[in-house]
Design a protein around this ligand. Sequence first.
Ligand SMILES: Cc1cc2nc3c(=O)[nH]c(=O)nc-3n(C[C@H](O)[C@H](O)[C@H](O)COP(=O)(O)OP(=O)(O)OC[C@H]3O[C@@H](n4cnc5c(N)ncnc54)[C@H](O)[C@@H]3O)c2cc1C
Length: 284
Amino acid sequence: MSDQRPAVPIGSLDPNLPPPLPKAAPKVWTPREGPVPGTKPARYTATIDEILQPTPDVRLFRFTLDGYSTIMPFIAGQFIQMLTPMPDKNDPTKKKELIRSYSIASAPEETNFLEFCIKLVPGGAFTPTLWNMRVGDKIDVRGPHGKFIAHEPVDYDTVYIAAGTGIAPFWGMIQHMLSIGVTRDIVLVFGVRYEDDLLYADEFKALAQKHPNFRPIFTLSRPRHPETWWGEKGYVQNHLATHVRDPKNTKAFICGLTPMIEASVAELEKIGVTKDRIHYERYD
Ligand SMILES: Cc1cc2nc3c(=O)[nH]c(=O)nc-3n(C[C@H](O)[C@H](O)[C@H](O)COP(=O)(O)OP(=O)(O)OC[C@H]3O[C@@H](n4cnc5c(N)ncnc54)[C@H](O)[C@@H]3O)c2cc1C
């Protein structure tokens, strides 16, 4: 008999994950008082106004900026930093600021709140603290930052490739593309492990119903119910050759962890998307 023990459970199979948040009534957003934030990146105190839990280990956090009537101006695809005082390991009497970056998941057109789509990294320095936060809690943020953006006018096809919470910037970017009337081909290839790890799936499907130039492709690497699963199977990179129709006129955006990014870049180059048209955002 093999003495190999089963791998440590991860993601949605992990029995040690904290219980999901109970479902709450959707927040009703009302106009807020105050000036509009400036156009330059700045530091703000933000309030968590709504927390949703779409999957066992991912939460959506919706923030407003204290003292302002609206969100900071940003370009779809950019990120902000969250800054939290934590005890300094070298001198526990002192506090050090822990900084973590998060893609803005909402579109710039959503002016009520900034949305973030964040995965709990068990044992991580910051996300377990964020999991203990509730509606009404405050956190300092700085931004917007980043050049992971689609330049306009969008006179090229786009493919967005994501695994897990790498979907965050693409929810905002694709909503923005469609809201400004882009008519070129827009493909999303989004992979997760299991059916219950899918993020924004109904929302993307609803966008596709309204916009025939948008095709979302969902793929599972470990479907629990292969007989009823309605999407693709395997890793995102396995589906690029089929779904990128005109590689020479396509710009690719990839977001997530390094192994998926490297595999996708290699596959894109193989099918004829040139290096200068491949953009990526690494989370690790
Ligand atoms: C520009 C940028 C944007 C980002 N946007 C997002 C986002 O929108 N949503 C999000 O969940 N994370 C995002 N991240 C990752 C995030 O900044 C943190 O690294 C992550 O939340 C872990 O923080 P932590 O302090 O809890 O873990 P740490 O103590 O920093 O532990 C880090 C470990 O977690 C791994 N890790 C980091 N991110 C993930 C992830 N998403 N899934 C699985 N493992 C991960 C790292 O490889 C590393 O091994 C982004 C990172 C960058 C650089």
